[in-house]
Design a protein around this ligand. Structure first.
Ligand code: NAG
Ligand code: NAG
Ligand code: NAG
Ligand code: NAG
Length: 193
């Protein structure tokens, strides 16, 4: 290859890989969200925030994103009562601010699974439809102790860039204002078949 050919190739490679990658990072990585690791790599971690509005003292706000839908007959549907089932559709945002970039929706259920009313089963899918993980999902499952500040659950799988994902995620409530809460969710995962 001539030196011009080598130079042209080098520039081509630079334009094809280095430059677009840089532009992509600046334009589409608001979280900050690293790209998924290679199969043999170390675990990757990213942080997102869930904007949640739920019932308080039995009153469900019109704009609630977590609502009780079922429970034991004759017993109030709330977080204190065993058997209550809530359905959630929270905005996923890039920072704790509700005005930060909207990355998708966290959809699923929360069930009061302990008779002592402290433990909840969380079955929640992070459905990304904007940002670096658009069109991908992360599936979270576990029973958490509602009194713990840091509440871990399993990453049991995913779709898109998270296909074959395995790992864990932690929930931490970082804003608590009446019926409005923001949960910080830290997802740590590997891609493993
Ligand atoms: C809910 O109950 C608590 C404790 O009784 C009270 O301080 C609070 O103001 C109530 N919140 C609403 C929205 O009624
Ligand atoms: C939800 O409704 C409450 C009460 O009307 C209001 O204060 C709050 O700003 C609303 N939140 C959103 C995100 O619409
Ligand atoms: C969710 O995001 C949409 C679009 O930004 C916004 O209109 C809505 O108020 C948000 N809802 C909550 C509960 O934060
Ligand atoms: C998500 O899917 C849409 C529609 O197919 C596509 O335009 C967009 O580029 C995809 N985004 C990512 C990050 O894959």
């Amino acid at each position: 290859m001539s030196s011009y050919g080598a130079l042209a190739l080098a520039i081509h490679v630079l334009i094809a890989f280095v430059v677009p990658f840089h532009v992509t990072e600046a334009t589409f990585f608001p979280c900050p969200c690293p790209a998924p690791p290679p199969p043999s790599g170390a675990p990757a971690t990213f942080v997102v925030y869930l904007q949640d509005i739920t019932a308080q003292n039995g009153t469900i706000p019109a704009n609630a994103t977590t609502v009780p839908v079922a429970g034991r007959q004759g017993i109030a549907y709330n977080l204190q009562n065993f058997g209550t089932v809530f359905v959630t559709d929270d905005n996923i945002t890039a920072t704790a601010s509700p005005n930060s970039a909207l990355l998708g929706q966290a959809q699923g259920t929360l069930i009061v699974t302990s008779l002592q009313s402290k433990y909840f089963q969380i079955s929640l899918t992070l459905v990304f439809n904007a940002g670096p993980y658009a069109n991908s999902t992360v599936v979270l499952l576990g029973v958490v102790n509602g009194l713990q500040a840091v509440r871990p659950v399993a990453v049991v799988g995913g779709t898109g860039v998270f296909t074959y994902a395995k790992g864990f995620a932690t929930f931490e409530t970082v804003v608590l204002q009446g019926s409005y809460t923001v949960d910080k969710v830290t997802v740590t995962y590997k891609i493993r078949q």
